[in-house]
Design a protein around this ligand. Structure first.
Ligand SMILES: Cc1cc2nc3c(=O)[nH]c(=O)nc-3n(C[C@H](O)[C@H](O)[C@H](O)COP(=O)(O)O)c2cc1C
Length: 192
C-alpha cells in the first residue's frame, strides 16, 4: 500500500482523551487555524469562524452546564454504551472536554453547506495538530450546548450562525495510541 506523510497522518491520528497539563503554543494554534482555512468549501465561501477557549476553568464551567442537559436528552433505556455514558455524565469529576488545555469551536453562517465546510476545516485542524505532536478529539456532546442562545452569546457566535464542531487539543498523555485496523471500505458497486 502506498504511504507518504499525509497518508501516515490520516492513519495515525486518534481521538485523544487524556492530556498532559501543558498548554498548546500560540504558534501551533495559528498553524492549525491556517490549515482549517485551506479546507475545501462549497462555492469557496470559506464560512468558518472560530472561538478559542484556552482556559481550563472556562471549559470545566461549560462541561458542567452541558452534562445535566445531556442526561435529560438521552433516552432512559439503551445499550451498554449509552448506560456507560449516562453514568459518566452523572459523575461530578467527569469533564466532557477531558481536561484538555484547548477547545476550539467552529461555526458558520446558517446555510445549506456550512456543516460540511466546517467539518472539512475540523479534519484539517485535527490532522495538522497530529503532525505537530498535538492530540485532538471532536466533542459532539458540546455542540448542543454551544448552540444554546445564551452560551452562543458568551462564545461570540453570531445569532445567524450555527456551531458545527467543538474540538479539544493538547499533548497526549502517554503519546498517541496505535490506531486499530479500521473496517475495509464497503464498495456497493463498481461501474467501470
Ligand atoms: C461528529 C463526532 C462527534 C464525536 N463526539 C465525541 C464526544 O462527544 N466525545 C468523545 O469522547 N469522542 C467523540 N468523538 C470521537 C469519536 O468517538 C472517535 O473519533 C471514534 O471513536 C474513532 O476513534 P479515532 O478517532 O481514534 O479513530 C466524536 C467524533 C465525531 C466525528
Amino acid at each position: 500500500m502506498t504511504t507518504n506523510p499525509v497518508i501516515e497522518a490520516i492513519k495515525s491520528r486518534r481521538a485523544i482523551r487524556a492530556y498532559e497539563d501543558k498548554p498548546v503554543p500560540g504558534s501551533a494554534i495559528q498553524t492549525m487555524l491556517e490549515a482549517a482555512t485551506y479546507a475545501p468549501s462549497a462555492i469557496n465561501v470559506q464560512p468558518w469562524k472560530f472561538t478559542i477557549v484556552n482556559n481550563k476553568d472556562e471549559m470545566k464551567r461549560l462541561s458542567d452546564i452541558a452534562k445535566p442537559a445531556l442526561i435529560r436528552m438521552l433516552p432512559d433505556v439503551g445499550d451498554e454504551g449509552l448506560i456507560g455514558l449516562k453514568k459518566r455524565l452523572a459523575d461530578p469529576n467527569y469533564n466532557i472536554f477531558y481536561n484538555a488545555p484547548l477547545l476550539i469551536f467552529i461555526c458558520g453562517v446558517k446555510s445549506q453547506y456550512t456543516v460540511y465546510d466546517c467539518s472539512m476545516a475540523a479534519q484539517n485542524m485535527m490532522l495538522a495538530a497530529y503532525t505537530l505532536g498535538i492530540g485532538s478529539c471532536w466533542i459532539g456532546t458540546a455542540v448542543g450546548l454551544a448552540n444554546d442562545p445564551k452560551i452562543k452569546t458568551q462564545l461570540a457566535v453570531p445569532e445567524d450562525h450555527d456551531v458545527h464542531a467543538a474540538i479539544i487539543f493538547g499533548y497526549p498523555k502517554g503519546g498517541f495510541p496505535k490506531a486499530p485496523e479500521k473496517r475495509p471500505p464497503k464498495i456497493l458497486k463498481r461501474i467501470d
